[in-house]
Design a protein around this ligand. Structure first.
Ligand SMILES: Cc1cc2nc3c(=O)[nH]c(=O)nc-3n(C[C@H](O)[C@H](O)[C@H](O)COP(=O)(O)OP(=O)(O)OC[C@H]3O[C@@H](n4cnc5c(N)ncnc54)[C@H](O)[C@@H]3O)c2cc1C
Length: 443
């Protein structure tokens, strides 16, 4: 039986960054990383591949680079973990022992519990290159596509397919809001109307009861009897943590996620968990939070990798954040927004500003709409929603997330500065935040 100082299961963003951190910080450590699949796509860009804007060969996830980092890389499934003896077993019957194990086994698509999901033409998302190439072909030849789930990622998907492939698309969302519930009134309505003006039919409060067809899917049936004809159905109703290995090894699990402490250690001291498989905590109020995005996984990987030599990097919680694209406009959020704050009983104030994505003198400055959420009393910044056609939406979201994580208040926001030097003065990221802070303080 071969022994490794560190074994990482899963080579996605969490596993990749864990290996990178271990190899950079502790080059003397022998690292084994196992990933069950060899030819993968970067999931975040799959919608662009399906819409024909990116070729699958240009969207390959660089899993083989793990070997270049100096780790031993095996394309094999780990079938079980024995925490008592610190060993893992692989599908081909091999056995390896470890000092530290990092579980980074990622996500699985959430399944739709209705009849007909096994019909031809019904797809869940799968990021193997083979599956994505197949999906590209299916989407290209389909006439009517039903997308079940109107969450953050699927609306971007619907928008791209409709705009670039001119398909007849229906988005079926069970709740009364698209966008995973993170966008409030104006922003959500704007997304809906942009989708509709691109020809997408958006059904809200619509529950799927059956997928109908003989051999191949022909229609989606909704509660209330409506029948939506579709020759392709994409089920996109969210992700589940892929935690079977952890569950079988009797690690502590909550809602399917591996429970970890502030150093990403599981209930077994020498097993860490990182990425989508691990339960996260919100930096806003410490509540458990899934955090199933690539950026959080990459961050976890760095923390877990550093902590394979002992507890050196502390996880101070995550700030939920993301960006999507609808109708050529970018919608981003960070922290807690209206519905969540109301649901949690926070006393908050929303302050909106309309600003520009470049300084006024710049040619081609476009409007940027921003809502910031502050807690009444403390004035703490807890969240934001932003919409613009500019690529600066992403750094703005990151900036807000960082400020929310640090618990900054409206007053403290006013004292922040950003560098100014004409040829390289950054886009106005702080300025709209400070305008919103002033609006909050005025009120
Ligand atoms: C269509 C789509 C679009 C997305 N867009 C975005 C976006 O724009 N921004 C964003 O931040 N996130 C996005 N995401 C989410 C993002 O892809 C995930 O959050 C991220 O991949 C999670 O990284 P991870 O390392 O935790 O897990 P994964 O990427 O799932 O990696 C885990 C790896 O472990 C392997 N594995 C699992 N079990 C075993 C085992 N027993 N043995 C060996 N190997 C195993 C898996 O095959 C997988 O390769 C998107 C996802 C999808 C599907």
């Amino acid at each position: 039986m071969e022994h490794f100082d560190v074994i990482v299961v899963g080579g996605g963003p969490a596993g990749f960054n864990a290996v990178k951190a271990v190899r950079s910080l502790y080059p003397e450590k022998r690292v084994l990383v196992l990933n069950d699949r060899e030819d993968l796509q970067i999931p975040c860009s799959i919608p662009y591949v399906v819409a024909g804007l990116l070729k699958p060969e240009d969207n390959r996830y660089p899993v083989k680079k793990l070997a270049e980092l100096g780790a031993t890389l095996l394309f094999e499934r780990v079938v079980s973990v024995n925490p008592q003896e610190s060993r893992i077993f692989t599908e081909s019957g091999k056995l390896y022992s470890y000092d530290r194990l990092v579980l980074a086994t990622g996500w699985l698509p959430r399944r739709l519990p209705v009849e007909g999901t096994d019909l031809e033409g019904v797809y869940y998302i799968d990021n193997s290159t083979e599956a994505v190439i197949n999906l590209v072909k299916e989407v290209a030849s389909a006439k009517r596509i039903a997308i079940v789930g109107g969450g953050f990622i699927s609306i971007g998907f619907a928008d791209l397919i409709s705009r670039f492939l001119k398909k007849e698309i229906t988005v079926i969302e069970a709740s009364h809001r698209i966008g995973s519930g993170v966008f409030s009134g104006d922003f959500e309505s704007e997304m809906t109307s942009l989708l509709e003006s691109a020809g997408v039919r958006v059904l809200k409060g619509a529950k799927v009861t059956t997928l109908e067809g003989s051999g191949r899917v022909e229609a989606v049936l909704l509660e209330g009897g409506e029948r939506i004809e579709a020759d392709l159905v994409l089920i996109f109703i969210g992700f589940l943590p892929n935690s079977k290995l952890a569950v079988d090894a009797s690690l502590k699990v909550d809602r399917g996620f591996v429970v970890v402490d502030r150093f990403l250690r599981s209930s077994v001291d020498n097993i860490l968990a990182a990425g989508n498989v691990a339960l996260h905590y919100s930096a806003v109020d410490g509540a458990p939070w899934p955090g199933m995005v690539a950026s959080v996984s990459a961050r976890d990987g760095r923390i877990a990798g550093a902590n394979t030599a002992g507890p050196v990097v502390e996880d101070r919680g995550i700030v939920p954040a993301g960006v999507t694209e609808v109708g050529g406009r970018f919608f981003g959020f960070a922290g807690y927004t209206q519905e969540l704050l109301s649901g949690k009983g926070f006393d908050f104030k929303k302050c909106g500003v309309t600003s520009a994505d470049a300084y006024p003198k710049a040619i081609g400055a476009k409007p940027l709409k921003l809502d910031l959420y502050f807690l009444k009393g403390s004035g703490r910044l807890v969240g934001a929603e932003v919409e613009a056609s500019s690529r600066y939406v992403a750094p703005l979201v990151d900036l807000v997330a960082g400020l929310v994580e640090r618990g900054i208040t409206a007053y403290e926001l006013l004292s922040k500065v950003s560098v100014a030097f004409p040829p390289v003065t950054p886009p106005p990221l702080l300025q709209p935040l400070q305008e919103a802070a002033l609006a909050f303080l005025r009120s």
